[in-house]
Every structure is written in C-alpha cells, then in structure tokens.
Ligand binder design. Structure first.
Ligand code: 13P
Ligand code: SF4
Length: 359
C-alpha cells in the first residue's frame, strides 16, 4: 500500500545518472508547458534543473508572470507553492515534489491562534492594528491578513511594507517571525521598548513598557535554522580573523544581526558577495546549501558558514532527485502532490500579496 503523497518504491533506488537522464527527458518533452522554479536553499542536484532560482519575493513575482506554463513544479517549501498557486490561474497546476517540505516557522502560527490573538489584541489596543505576515506563513494566515487590511512581506521588502503599515495604522501585528519583525522595526527607528511579543501558546502579551508605548506586536515564532547562529560564533571569528566580514539573514536573532556587518535576504547576501573584491573573506549566516553553493561559485573569495557545524533546513532538503523525478513523470498522466488553495482563502490572501507586489 502506498501512503498518499509518499514516494513509490520504484523511485527509491535509481542511480543518479538514470534520475538525471529521466528528469531531463521530461523537461525536454514538456518544454514551455513546464516551469520549474527553485529557491536558493534548494540542493544543487535540484537547482541544476531549475528554470529560475530566486528568493521568496522573486519566486512569487515569477509565479505571477508564468502565464504560459501548464505545470509549475515548485522546488521550495509548502508556503511558497501555495503562494504560487494563488498567484496563478486556476487551470495551471502547481506541484510540490515532496509534501513533507513544510516550514517549521510557518507552522508556528495557525489560524485559530491568530483569531484568538486578534480578539485579545483589538480588545486591548482598539481596532487600529495592521496585521503583517511574512510570506513564510500558511495561506490561511495570509487570508486573515488580507481580510484585515494588511499585507505580506518577504525578507527583501520588509522595510518598505512595515514602514507603510506603521504610517497607515496606530500599531502593527507582525507574524510569524519575531526576529524579522524586530530587526526590521528597529531599523525603522522603533525602539525595543515599543515592541511587545505575543506568545500564542500562553495566549499572553509580554511587553516591557505600558500599552501606550507599544507600536509593534511580534508573534513569538522563529526559524529554527537561523536561530542556530549566535553572537559567540561572531565573536570567535572577530578574534581569530578580524578581516572576515559577517553577513547574516534577518531571520537571525536581533543580537546576531546587530553584531554582524551586514544583514539581508538570500538575494541580498548573494549580491553583496558577488560584488566583493577578490580575496574578501566572508562568514555567512544562512542555510547550508546556499553557503556551500556560494563557496563553490566564487573560488576567488573565501566563504565559510558562520556556524562551523553548518545549518541545513531539513524541509527544504526534502526535495531531492527521486521526488523531483516522480513529480515530473506523473505530470502527463496523473499529477501527484498538487497544491490547491480554496477560492475564498485565495481571494483574501491575494489582497495581502497584491498590496506587497504592487510596491
Ligand atoms: P528569502 O529567500 O526571501 O531571503 O527567504 C529565506 C527563507 O527562509 C525562505 O524560507
Ligand atoms: Fe522555514 Fe527557516 Fe527553512 Fe526558511 S530556512 S523554510 S524559514 S525553516
């Protein structure tokens, strides 16, 4: 018996060569009927077949433009494929090669918890709160945000959108990544004392000052990959190699981002490294596959991970050659692992996504 969404045994023990040949054959056969985007955190074995690579914002924009493709086989995680489905036409099929490729951060905010938080927070602070969600969230959360006049953000446009929201409302609720929310709001001049944290498990708000002071309410969620980077790792590099530049993703904690030389989205990290002078030394605080790829792509630079034990995103890494081959070979007969968001959720989510994409 085959469990729904699990890899059939016939795909489990193929040679790499055979899988690569068969993947290329499907790509050749389908041509422009197929679009295969891959996030920067995907494995090299997958990226080699990508029609485009990008950060979350670039991939969302590409999904919107891919009107020609009948099939979009999304090599990334579940929330990215959901976003692609919502931004494409109903007759386009979005597939996630492995349904287990979720995102632990996105799972830290569910819709019931969000409704409870909203009720408590609007009772306490009044209705003038703009909800903002990182795209690393479920479609249900995006729909909630769209329904309440808010927008999505990615790590590359968070400043712009949070600035808009702070001007448009008295307060913002930022889901689900407290670190991206804190790092962004702080950069925009909001002091830490004006930020409170909503704990969805305890259903309580932790604030330092009194309620009048609170401008930003951060959801208590985080990325388990980026939380592994620490200030002591940065200090160790500073002591050993003061000339090594430290660049991190803004999903890292506030202290890490403050201690680093640079912080930005995956595309920002790539662009900074790409523009650096030969011989520049970098310690990079982001997912392992991207760090390894950067080190291989720029041999004239000295690139290492900020964490000597590296930090893989287990769910991103679920997409591999066997799952990609299975997903592709099923397209022409009976597509597997289709991601389909219902109409109502899509309608409201699109309001939040479009507020972001229009900027
Ligand atoms: P970006 O590519 O937008 O920087 O996102 C990083 C990430 O964690 C995706 O899950
Ligand atoms: Fe989610 Fe973090 Fe993995 Fe990105 S790196 S998909 S935020 S768990």
């Amino acid at each position: 018996m085959q469990l729904l969404g699990t890899l059939p045994p016939t795909y489990a023990n193929l040679s790499v060569e055979e899988m690569e040949t068969r993947i290329q054959a499907v790509k050749d056969r389908l041509g422009t009927r197929l679009f295969l985007p891959a996030h920067h955190y995907q494995k090299d074995e997958v990226v080699q077949f990508a029609d485009a690579t990008g950060d979350s914002l670039q991939l969302a924009r590409l999904a919107e433009q891919m009107s020609e493709a009948e099939f979009i086989v999304f090599c990334g995680v579940h929330f990215m494929a959901e976003t692609a489905d919502m931004l494409t036409r109903d007759d386009q099929i979005v597939v996630l090669p492995d349904m287990r490729a979720g995102c632990s951060m996105a799972d830290m905010a569910d819709i019931d918890q969000t409704e409870i938080a909203w009720e408590e927070l609007t009772e306490r602070f009044g209705e003038d709160i703009i909800p903002i969600t990182y795209v690393n969230s479920t479609a249900a959360i995006k729909a909630f945000v769209g329904r309440h006049g808010g927008a999505t953000v990615t790590s590359s446009n968070a400043h712009e959108i949070v600035r808009w929201a702070l001007e448009a409302g008295e307060r913002i609720l930022f889901l689900p990544d407290q670190h991206l929310g804190r790092n962004t709001a702080y950069d925009l001049g909001i002091p830490l004392e004006a930020m409170a944290v909503w704990d969805p498990l305890r259903e309580e708000l932790v604030a330092e000052g009194d309620d009048e002071q609170v401008k930003v309410i951060l959801w208590k969620g985080h990325c388990s990959v980026h939380e592994k980077f620490t200030v002591s790792q940065i200090q160790a590099f500073r002591e050993r190699e003061p000339d090594r530049r430290i660049i991190v993703h803004p999903e890292c904690t506030f202290d890490v981002v403050q201690a680093a030389d640079e912080a930005g989205s995956t595309s920002y990290i790539i662009d900074k490294i790409d523009a650096s002078a030969p011989g520049t030394k970098w310690a990079v605080g982001t997912e392992m596959n991207l760090v390894n790829r950067l080190a291989a792509t720029y041999p004239h630079l000295d690139i290492v991970s900020l964490n000597p034990f590296m930090c893989p995103c287990l769910t991103m890494n679920r997409i591999d050659l066997p799952h990609l081959l299975w997903a592709l070979e099923s397209l022409e007969t009976d597509p597997v692992n289709i991601i389909r968001v219902d109409h109502e959720t899509t309608e409201f989510s699109k309001r939040a996504l479009e507020r972001m994409l229009a900027r």
